[in-house]
Design a protein around this ligand. Structure first.
Ligand code: MLT
Ligand code: MN
Ligand code: ZN
Length: 303
């Protein structure tokens, strides 16, 4: 199985358009060692030709152009992207769907019932797409039972609900429901290799722990280093856990969860305020010492 990171940044990307924090200013002015990152998305394939897209970011047009696997090759209108899985209904994971409206057939989209509801109410992208290519919605189970995607016979998917946050425009923003945000295990049947993907993860519940311990590669929430990182930088009073993101540092943080695990461990969905983006930072060195990687746009992982 091949995994292509299309965008390793969190909402806003890196640098963010209106941000003058040390990281954003540093990457703009090339005064720190860091690469820009577009917003959160990956693609997965077993044949290098047909890809499942996970999340459709606002940067999708640039991401797909930068990725030969997605280019049209087989006809006057075509794409290597054959299906789309949505992890949640947040802006950074769904707005790109609007950029796919020229599709000549309804977009095959796999998502939870909660995400479907958000995308037909508070942020009615599915409804809007009904006036263009349309959406062919496929519900996904959250009880651990596998689901498959047409055309991907060698892949099996398992999803479960995570403690994270529905977006501000969700009708149940303050009333969490199963399926507001999911983690997915992607298994290649012929090899038994497994990836766990969870770009928004607020709590390591027992079912998450089990998934993390049983896969070959982990691509997991790398949004914030500290719970109050944005506040410390004078940017916002929003805190990591209130946004549904477990910070990396500190007791019970993401690092303490990941260090013990045998899998390849990679952080993704990294916010522009996170010091790990600076390859010369002590925080990045700490990750390196623990064997934890930081995803970047264009990274390809072969399992
Ligand atoms: C999140 O991951 O918490 C959201 O994408 C934040 C945002 O809307 O930018
Ligand atoms: Mn996000
Ligand atoms: Zn910034």
């Amino acid at each position: 199985m091949k995994i292509r990171v299309l965008g390793a940044g969190a909402g806003g990307g890196f640098p963010q358009w209106n941000c003058n924090c040390v990281q954003c200013a540093g990457v703009r002015g090339q005064t720190i060692k860091a690469s820009p990152r577009t917003q959160s998305s990956i693609a997965v394939s077993v044949d290098d030709e047909h890809w499942v897209l996970f999340n459709a970011s606002p940067d999708i047009r640039t991401q797909l152009e930068a990725f030969p696997g997605a280019h049209p090759r087989r006809g006057i209108r075509d794409s290597g992207i054959k299906a789309i899985v949505l992890i949640d209904s947040q802006i950074d994971h769904t707005t790109g769907l609007l950029m796919l409206r020229e599709s000549s057939s309804p977009l095959p989209i796999f998502c939870s019932e909660m995400v479907r509801q958000d995308l037909t109410s508070g942020f009615p992208i599915f409804t809007i797409l009904g006036h263009y290519c349309g959406v062919q919605h496929h519900p996904i189970p959250l009880d651990g039972s596998p689901f498959s995607i047409d055309g991907f016979d060698d892949l099996r998917f398992y999803s479960h609900s995570l403690k994270s946050k529905a977006p501000p425009y969700s009708p149940h923003r303050h009333d969490p429901h199963d399926g507001d945000n999911i983690g997915v295990i992607i298994e290649q049947v012929s090899t038994g290799k497994k990836l766990y993907y969870a770009p928004g993860l607020g709590e390591i519940e027992p079912h998450v722990k089990m998934a993390l311990a049983n896969v070959d590669c982990i691509l997991v929430d790398g949004t914030f280093w500290q719970h109050d990182e944005m506040e410390r930088r004078g940017i916002s009073t929003k805190r990591a856990l209130d946004m549904g993101h477990l910070p990396q540092s500190g007791a019970g943080g993401m690092i303490s969860t990941l260090v013990e695990l045998p899998a390849r461990k990679i952080l993704i969905h990294i916010n522009n305020t996170n010091p790990i983006l600076d390859e010369g930072s002590p925080e990045r060195h700490e990750l390196n010492a623990h064997g934890i990687e930081v995803a970047y746009d264009g990274l390809e992982i072969c399992l």
